[in-house]
Design a protein around this ligand. Structure first.
Ligand SMILES: Cc1cc2nc3c(=O)[nH]c(=O)nc-3n(C[C@H](O)[C@H](O)[C@H](O)COP(=O)(O)OP(=O)(O)OC[C@H]3O[C@@H](n4cnc5c(N)ncnc54)[C@H](O)[C@@H]3O)c2cc1C
Length: 366
């Protein structure tokens, strides 16, 4: 019997074998096989495209549920809004291609992101000024605690920057999702909301540009950074950005060097549940606004440049930018984690900022 290792199923190409694996191809099989795995009491791990996972060299002592369902369906239209229902195993890239081919605007700047549609809400995928949060209506979710199929609205998922209730610990499996996009009769995408994209397109922020031009330009930008999976590009053997951009208080941000890039990040305070019969409290006054820092800048200024690796290690910083850790061939999860910890330590000792890993770590800690 051939044992499949997680290294073969993840884009970082690290990770030992799974004790068992199921690979459902229909929504019915996905529910049935997941419930059977849960009933067995074994540890379990849901796997989509494996592009945001770092799994330990010892592998996974449980059952991997590899979601291979497919399908994109147009389910409703009202006004200029079109609703699509997408099965969790559908590759995200094929959904974006479908929307651009069919003149639907809302996720065109998310072109080139690897992985499955079911995983996209988990970390609220985002790039070049768009996030799935602004197009997602709901997910069909198989809840681990109850074993029931539920529909969770976007509000239930409590999206944040590269996070959601699912990433924070709500356990279960996304079976399908519904996204709503704008039918673009003039063929134009949403207003461009990212400076580098605007400059590559030769337009101003807020301008609207043909959907296909946005998609092609985003893919070209991503390719130049090794952020599109490409067998010919060793810098794409990664899980994308290894660290999220740190979010710190405004007061702390003032202690950083003036040149440190920063962006305002002061979302509305999260709504707080009010016990029945009580008046909702006035929203808290925000005294310490949040500021988002550039992880890439912090890493570089902490002395870790492009292509950096620790002596004897096959894990390295991408040669195209400092945000990705790449497997240069045969690296172990331990080597990846060691480099991740090194980056964290250097940035912390230089700036007092703790860098948080973006991928999901399974049996690996930083
Ligand atoms: C080259 C490269 C570039 C990238 N660029 C970006 C980027 O620009 N923006 C961005 O946000 N991300 C980016 N990523 C990260 C990654 O592509 C996304 O996070 C993607 O959504 C992960 O999808 P996946 O199917 O591969 O998930 P996996 O890696 O298989 O799983 C990730 C997590 O989601 C869970 N999961 C997977 N499927 C389901 C499901 N059906 N139900 C419940 N949980 C599930 C897994 O258990 C795990 O916790 C990049 C990765 C790479 C390799």
């Amino acid at each position: 019997m051939t044992v499949t290792t997680l290294a073969e199923l993840t884009t970082m190409r690290v990770g030992g074998p799974a004790r068992a694996m199921v690979a459902p191809e229909t929504p019915e099989q996905l529910v049935e096989e997941t419930l059977a795995v849960w009933a067995s009491g074994e540890p379990w791990l849901v796997l989509g495209g494996g592009s945001n996972l770092v799994v330990a060299d010892d592998g996974f002592e449980g059952t991997v549920i590899r979601v291979l369902t497919r399908g994109i369906e147009r389910v409703a239209e009202h006004g200029d809004r079109v609703r699509l229902r997408v099965q969790a195993g559908e590759p995200w890239e094929s959904l974006v291609a479908y929307t651009v081919d069919n003149g639907l605007a809302g996720i065109e700047a998310l072109s080139g992101i690897p992985g499955s549609c079911g995983a996209a809400p988990v970390q609220n995928i985002g790039a070049y000024g768009q996030e799935i949060a602004s197009s997602l209506v709901s997910i069909d979710f198989l809840d681990y605690l109850s074993g029931d199929k539920q529909t969770l609205s976007a509000a239930d998922l409590d999206f944040g920057y590269r996070t959601s209730a699912l990433k924070r610990g709500t356990q279960g499996v996304v079976i399908a999702l519904e996204v709503e996009l704008r039918r673009s009769d003039d063929g134009l995408g949403d207003p461009v909301a990212y400076a580098q994209l605007a400059s590559s397109l030769g337009v101003s922020l807020g301008d609207r540009v043909e959907l296909r031009a946005v998609r092609d330009t985003v893919i070209a930008l991503r390719t130049s950074k090794g952020m599109v999976l490409d067998p010919a590009d060793p810098d794409s053997v990664s899980c994308g950005s290894f660290f999220t951009n740190p979010i710190v208080g405004e007061n702390f941000a003032r202690t950083l060097p003036e040149q440190a890039p920063r962006w305002a990040n002061s979302p509305e305070p999260a709504p707080v549940a009010v016990p029945l019969g009580e008046e909702p409290a006035a929203p808290p006054v925000q005294t310490d606004f949040r500021v988002k820092l550039s992880a890439a800048w912090l890493i570089e200024k902490a002395g870790i440049g492009r292509g950096f690796s620790l002596p004897g290690s096959r894990a390295a910083i991408s040669s195209k930018h400092t945000l990705a850790i790449v497997n240069r061939g045969g690296a172990t999860a331990a080597e990846v984690a060691e480099l991740g910890r090194f980056v964290q330590t250097r940035v912390f000792s230089e700036f007092g900022v703790r860098m948080m890993a973006e991928p999901v770590l399974v049996g690996v800690s930083l």
